[in-house]
Design a protein. Sequence first.
Length: 612
Amino acid sequence: MNYKNKLSVYSDFLIVNIFLSIGISTRYFYFMPEFPSGVLGPVFIISSLISHLALLGGLIGLIGFVITFLPRPVYFIGLSLLATLALSTLVVDTFVFSQYRFHINEVVLKLVLSGDVVDFSMMTWLVSVLSFVGVFLIETLLVLYLSGRIKRGKKYRKKGLVTLFVFSFLTSNFIHIWAAANAYQPIMIVKNYLPVFHPATSNSLMQKYGWVDEEAIAKQRAMSIKVSSDLHYPLSELKYSDVYKPVDIIFLVIDSWRYDTFNADNTPNLWSFAQNGVVYDHHMSTGNSTRTGIFGLFYGMPGTYWQNMLSNGRSPVFMDRLQELNYQIGAFASASLMDPEFNRTVFSKIQDLRLRSEGSSPSERDSDLTEDWLKWYESRDASRPTFSFLFYDAPHGYDFPVDYKERYEPMLSDVNYLALNNDTDPVPFLNRYKTSVHFVDSLSKKVLDAIKMSGELDNTVVVITGDHGQEFNDNKLNYWGHNSNFTPAQTHVPFAIIAPKMTTEHFMATGNVSTHEDVAPTLIKHYLGGGDVPTGDYSTGQDLFESNARSRDWLISSSYSAYAMITKDSILEVGASGQYQHLDLTNRAIDEEPNFHYLKDVLEHLSRFKKK
């Protein structure tokens, strides 16, 4: 085959794969809460889909152009392998997006490659490998077919297709330029559905001709997440009173813990122990992910401050105060404390930090952290107070020992993430999850028994909670897991506090919503000498023990790249650049303006500790 024919095969092959990628990418829009009405939305979707995939295909084509210089056998294999890698990546991204509503990114790759945060089953890997081989064979047959056509003198006409691609590119970008200048949310939200899609904006030019909606732009800009190294935290010097007999404090946290699995059946030991304190029925996490959930628990503020604290290496006031009072601090996490970077935020001032647990599975690492804590607690200096952080991971990985007997049936024998869809029966999957929760409860019993046997129970504050929830398609929108929406399935978590001198008067009125933001200020006020310290100077939370606490109209929860204002009947989800969508509590779009009076207070919370 001469070089000219090679180029013809290459260009035909590229065109066919562009259309294959367009077909695959239509799947992204299946997960829209509501298809945009009117003309602009559908036109933007179609033109963006065609032009963006053509552009990506063209870029990959340029990278692979060197393949045309290779000899024939290697040329065929190289083309097939390049296309297989590209299409397989796209297919995997559609599966990631279907469950989490974000695309493959640096965070996802870090979690997968870390090995102890995201753990795929053998079945998932097997299906992935077989699918890759299948796509490779199809691509190889396609190359052979197109080569045969060229030999017979048959070629595809491409001028019309190029015209279509160019016209679609211009259409999608012109629509987006107008939408960006007017903060037109239906278009601004649509662009998030395609991977690495960054259509053009030209607000300065539009403003020159008076084609900008200044009010809408200002509103969107105000809601955006602003990251800065300039912190004003705390707002003033905190003056504590003396603490004559500090209490021991323990945070017993379970990763991905659903509110409805905290009960006498699924967690008999934790539930029984919690009856000695107060169980908060309406407790929400500060995030739908580990990073923002744990962040809010320690810092007492929204997870949107994460990057600010990380950039400054700033530990929370709560941890600073523990160290001032000479607490022995033990952090025992199953997954690594470096992903997310809790070693550079929450525990940045802790020397010889235990960074991870040993074991080849979440359940093994959970057992390891329990045994390590028991040894640490047994050998502690009894003359000094202790703070313990135990962070279990088995429910996050739906894992438990092979010989664990307390099982819920029927149960999945293995988790195949690629097989999950909107029609999947969640019960066997949920039963596997509940079994993993029950396993962690059995480990927790060892911890609770050690506290009781030490004789320090009456001088110990125990906080029992989860970092975020875990969804099993609760809303019938094909959401599985977490970090994908802000509905109660992913943000409502168990919460109980068992503490000295607590009475039934010391809790928020029935029906009031509590949040992770409230934990640190409550402990600082009542147990760490902060009774006269203004809570608002270091936290956006409120006192969990205040019987007359104000009722919340809204609360804030956040993810890696967005935050939400959650009210009793709606969710205002805001992206990093300020684009927003108004949803009901099942994550379906509602056609009404959000309460911007509430939003004003939300924005104050999001900016309180940043230098003005």
